[in-house]
Design a protein around this ligand. Structure first.
Ligand code: GLP
Length: 247
């Protein structure tokens, strides 16, 4: 595991974009695992800039996303499909038919999970999986639990996650209560994992995930067992690890 300290959000975003860009240059037909949330927005902006500057070609790149709210269509402004289109795909030359996000409108949860899981297996190993992290240590939407779920599943969002994500919706009541998410096994099968964190709200999650015991109560802690994880965290996100003298 490599932990790279960034000065701030901008610096984290630049560094992350460099790593993703290098992957696309080396493997033009790579499979990227992509993430949503406010954390990767700057990374996507930097990648779009590199594309506009003629440095990157996404025409052969394929992508799979981590998760999607259950009940939201891809046209809903808070759906993760909409997020991916507006923050990234609409601005680069990726073939959208090669980009995959769980279908939030599949009502039958078992069916929704089965479909996305089969799709992931058919695509082969993700070359680089981008991750953010929840304040409670969740990755994708794998919430604190007594177990690590292996494959795609439908999860009830933790109260703290609903509250954290309410800022994007008209009210807390509008935040979907369930989501489809890749399981920990799906995430851990990626060849490389790039986790980003910025801000003091993430400091405890970073400390517990990378310097604490491996426990399903902090789902990100499983990443300690992956052989190729890069964490780019800014000074604020590393503040507790530094206070405790472990970084
Ligand atoms: C969301 C997403 C995660 C994301 C996390 C942090 O609920 N499901 O993939 O990493 O929460 O979000 P943010 O980057 O906005 O802090």
């Amino acid at each position: 595991m490599r932990i790279i300290e960034a000065k701030n959000y901008e610096d984290m975003s630049k560094k992350a974009a460099e790593i993703i860009a290098a992957k696309v240059v080396l493997h033009p037909n790579c499979l990227l695992g992509l993430a949503t949330g406010s954390t990767p927005v700057g990374t996507y902006q930097n990648l779009v800039k590199k594309y506009n500057d003629g440095e990157l070609d996404f025409s052969k790149v394929r992508s799979v996303n981590l998760d999607e709210y259950k009940g939201l269509s891809g046209e809903h402004e808070q759906s993760y499909r909409y997020f991916m289109n507006t923050n990234f795909f609409d601005h680069i030359n990726i073939d959208k038919s090669n980009t995959f996000v769980p279908n939030g409108l599949t009502e039958d949860s078992l069916e929704g999970c089965k479909q996305y899981n089969e799709l992931l297996h058919s695509m082969g190993a993700v070359d680089l999986q981008l991750l953010g992290i929840g304040g409670n240590g969740h990755i994708g939407f794998n919430e604190p639990s007594h177990e690590f779920k292996k494959e795609v599943h439908c999860v009830q969002l933790a109260e703290s996650t609903v509250e954290a994500n309410a800022r994007f919706f008209a009210s807390k009541e509008d935040v979907p209560k369930y989501a489809y998410t890749m399981g920990i096994g799906n995430i851990m099968s990626a060849k490389t994992i790039l986790l980003l964190a910025s801000g003091k709200e993430k400091a405890n999650a970073i400390y517990e995930s990378f310097f604490g015991p491996i426990t399903p109560k902090v789902q990100g802690s499983i990443l300690q067992l992956h052989t190729n994880v890069i964490v780019i965290a800014d000074e604020d996100a590393l503040s507790i690890a530094k206070e405790k003298g472990v970084f």
